[in-house]
Design a protein around this ligand. Structure first.
Ligand code: C2E
Ligand code: MG
Ligand code: MG
Ligand code: MG
Length: 288
């Protein structure tokens, strides 16, 4: 009787569950195909110096539009990619395409630009990953110091021992390592001290709370102290207003990123607005 009651209880949930499972299965098949056909697009969001407002780098953000289902949120497809193992192929695509784009911008006279590439900890479990990354960087003639790899604080804290070793290897190759969404992952200072990182990226939730919340202000200040203490660079993400930009600067922040400066942009738009590189078009003079 007990089993039957349980059975009925589960049966009642089934339609909703199976819908979720079906969407997931369908998305996985579609994502696999999209990666294989290289239909993942990259957007670039400027990172700026707060004082001069000048461009210092761009964060690369993956975009996926399915022909039938429309735009899928990165929060959904990155999670799916991590669970299904597709993250390895997706991560390689993002690295190849963004480094090729960097090379093309550089060849057409683009100024110094660093790339911030998001990475899942899962990718570090692949033994060939760092060699792959180094190979792509070399082919595209991008100095490793111009690439920052962003890992979320929570993912780094979940498997520190294994990750630390791989991060150290990334550093030996000269790549930058940035801790993304900082402040949300409960790292202790002693933990952080063991991580071979070059940058901390303050999570946007603390930037948006700057105006109202004293606790957010204290995280913003504490993060600055930690970055100084560890002698790593610091950037704030999710800056949406002039007030937030001014406030962060007054508190001692030097770098920022967010809608206030610009949204993540398709490569052509990014080049036009931030690199003063118009897309090649007929009729205009040829580049020098
Ligand atoms: P993230 O790395 O923390 O990226 C910042 C997210 O905040 C992006 O969301 C960006 O569009 C958004 N954002 C930027 N400025 C502002 C702002 O001023 N206000 C607000 N409200 N949001 C802002 P997006 O593109 O949806 O990406 C979500 C997450 O997906 C990323 O968070 C990153 O963790 C992950 N992701 C995106 N592309 C990749 C990728 O190629 N590989 C991996 N492993 N993860 C990726
Ligand atoms: Mg990021
Ligand atoms: Mg972030
Ligand atoms: Mg995030």
């Amino acid at each position: 009787h007990e089993a039957k009651r349980n059975g009925l209880r589960f049966a009642a949930y089934q339609p909703e569950m199976s819908q979720r499972i079906q969407r997931r299965a369908s998305l996985e098949v579609r994502l696999e195909r999209a990666i294989r056909e290289r239909r993942i697009e990259l957007h670039f969001q400027p990172q700026v110096d707060l004082q001069s407002r000048r461009l210092i780098g761009a964060e690369v953000l993956a975009r996926w539009q399915d022909p039938d289902l429309g735009r899928i949120d990165p929060g959904e497809f990155i999670g799916l990619a991590e669970e299904s193992g597709l993250i390895h192929a997706l991560g390689k695509l993002v690295i190849e395409e963004s480094c090729q784009q960097w090379h093309q911008w550089r060849s057409s006279g683009g100024t110094d630009l660093r790339l911030a590439i998001n990475m899942s900890c899962k990718q570090l479990e692949d033994d060939g990953f760092i060699a792959f990354l180094a190979g792509v960087a070399e082919r595209c003639q991008i100095p490793p110091r111009d690439i920052d790899l962003e890992l979320t604080e929570s993912s780094v804290m979940r498997n520190p021992a294994q990750v630390v070793q791989q991060l150290a290897l990334l550093r030996e190759h000269g790549f930058g390592v940035s801790i993304d969404d900082f402040g949300t992952g409960y790292s202790s200072l002693s933990h952080l001290r063991q991580l071979p990182i070059t940058q901390i990226k303050l999570d946007r939730s603390f930037v948006s709370g700057l105006l109202q919340s004293r606790r957010d202000l204290s995280v913003v200040n504490a993060t600055l102290t930690i970055a100084n203490d560890l002698e790593v660079s610091l950037i704030a993400e999710g800056v949406e207003t002039a007030f937030q930009a001014e406030r962060l600067q007054a508190l001692g922040y030097t770098l920022a990123q967010g809608y206030f400066f610009d949204r993540p942009l398709p490569a052509s738009v990014f080049a036009e607005s931030w690199l003063s590189l118009a897309e090649p078009s007929s009729g205009s003079g040829s580049p020098p």
